[in-house]
Design a protein around this ligand. Structure first.
Ligand SMILES: Cc1ncc(COP(=O)(O)O)c(C=O)c1O
Length: 407
């Protein structure tokens, strides 16, 4: 009997990841032998490498035969080092029993949304958003409510806009459960100030919303401002901190993330129980990668050296690209404060393209420049470019955008 397309569940309609959607076209172009100027995927490893002291620790774990399953919530030693990191960076006292290791932060998002969403329920996101959040909410039956970030003010959140969107969703009968914050931000490169985070916490508290904070870029800070962890401003308010080895240590392929659920309210306790069951069902995260994580978090001196190197390079590249993009007539771009992205606005009325999807497809086809469409992050007429490649490649990316805006 043939395998019919209606075999797939309805929820599969929500499964998508716009960052990779031009992959087939890029393969086609590569087959012709042409070079592609790729600023689409936020993987620092090809450009800046993984922190070498972490790779060494991974090798050591393999050599010592540390390749069996470990406990589902995570290796004890690794959990302790995660707790110490939050004391060291943010002066937070976190019991390691409230920390859970996941296979990348991506698994943390999937398991949290799975634990919290149902049909009729909703989640609040800031727009633009990292494109895994909204489809995952959809996959588990929920609906997203979007609160716009203010581009003209460095992509700041607006307390009034947030309150209004929540009020409207509640009036329409939606049962809102959580709000997801991403700081520093992908795609905008912005960083919420402490004051903005305090506003977000106040709104969440007034509306009984759990706050989930994705802080995967929390040590890639390109300005003098200090990063505020949600745990510093949300004490006593249900909140969750997520992070992992992918960006601050350049360890994307290790697939190690973590989730911290520090509060002691009834909901947080229940969530910790449910989450532990989900983690048990997938047995454990990679054991040798967690042991590499122990070294990643405990060797503060080596980590400082690696961070200094990557932040210096990212900062130079972000500054170059920010200036270069703003020189193009019809393009405007906010400065990045953290992470490794820029999110320029394209005045499509100056071009022959109807939307940013058309623009990005043609940019790849004609100029061999690969960036991601802003609409994939919830906002049309924008592009997301990484600033990981060296300046000569970034110049090709900017030149390609300029050529296409002009034509
Ligand atoms: C905001 C954000 N969260 C999470 C991830 C993925 O994290 P991980 O590699 O730990 O799954 C990314 C990757 O680009 C990201 O930009």
């Amino acid at each position: 009997m043939p395998f019919k397309s209606d075999t797939l569940s309805q929820r599969m309609e929500h499964a998508c990841y716009p960052i990779r959607e031009l992959f087939p076209l890029s393969e086609e172009i590569r087959k012709t032998g042409a070079e592609i100027y790729n600023a689409s995927i936020g993987d620092p490893v090809p450009y800046l490498g993984t922190a070498s002291y972490v790779v060494k620790a991974y090798r050591k774990a393999l050599k010592e035969g540390k390749t069996s399953y470990c406990r589902p919530p995570g290796d004890f030693g690794f959990l302790d080092e995660i707790a110490k990191r939050y004391k060291r960076l943010y002066n937070l006292d976190i019991d390691s029993s409230k920390i859970f290791v996941t296979q990348g932060l991506s698994e943390a998002v999937a398991f949290l949304v799975e634990s919290l969403m149902d049909k009729g329920r909703g989640a609040v996101l800031f727009n633009p958003y990292y494109p895994v959040y909204a489809p995952t909410v959809g996959l588990f039956g929920g609906t997203v409510v979007l609160s716009e970030l203010d581009e003209g003010h460095g992509w700041a959140p607006s307390k009034e806009n947030l309150e209004e969107k929540i009020k409207n969703a509640k009036s329409a009968g939606m049962d809102l459960k959580f709000m997801l914050v991403n700081n520093p931000n992908n795609p905008t490169g912005s960083m919420f100030s402490r004051k903005y985070l305090e506003d977000v916490v106040e709104v969440a508290k007034n509306n009984d919303l759990l706050i989930i904070s994705d802080e995967i870029y929390d040590e890639i800070i390109l300005v003098k401002e200090k990063m505020t962890c949600i745990g510093e401003v949300a004490k006593g308010v249900p909140h969750i901190i997520m992070n992992g080895l992918s960006k601050n240590w350049g360890g994307t392929g290790f697939r190690i993330g973590w989730v911290i659920m520090p509060e002691d309210d009834e909901g947080s306790k229940k969530l910790r129980e449910g989450f532990t069951n989900l983690l048990s069902m997938r047995l454990c995260a990679s054991t040798p990668a967690q042991l590499a994580g122990v070294e990643a978090l405990s060797n503060a001196k080596a980590h400082r050296r690696y961070l200094k190197y990557i932040v210096k390079n990212i900062k130079e590249r972000a500054e170059f690209m920010h200036k270069r993009l703003n020189e193009i007539n019809g393009v405007s771009c906010q400065k990045a404060k953290g992470a490794f992205y820029l999110f320029p606005k394209i005045d499509l009325s100056k071009t022959k393209f109807k939307n940013d999807k058309e623009f990005c497809t043609e940019l790849l086809r004609k100029e061999h420049v690969w960036v991601t469409r802003g609409s994939g992050f919830g906002l049309d007429s924008h592009l997301r470019t990484t600033v990981l490649p060296p300046v000569d490649i970034l110049e090709k990316v900017a030149q390609g955008i300029e050529n296409l805006v002009r034509c």
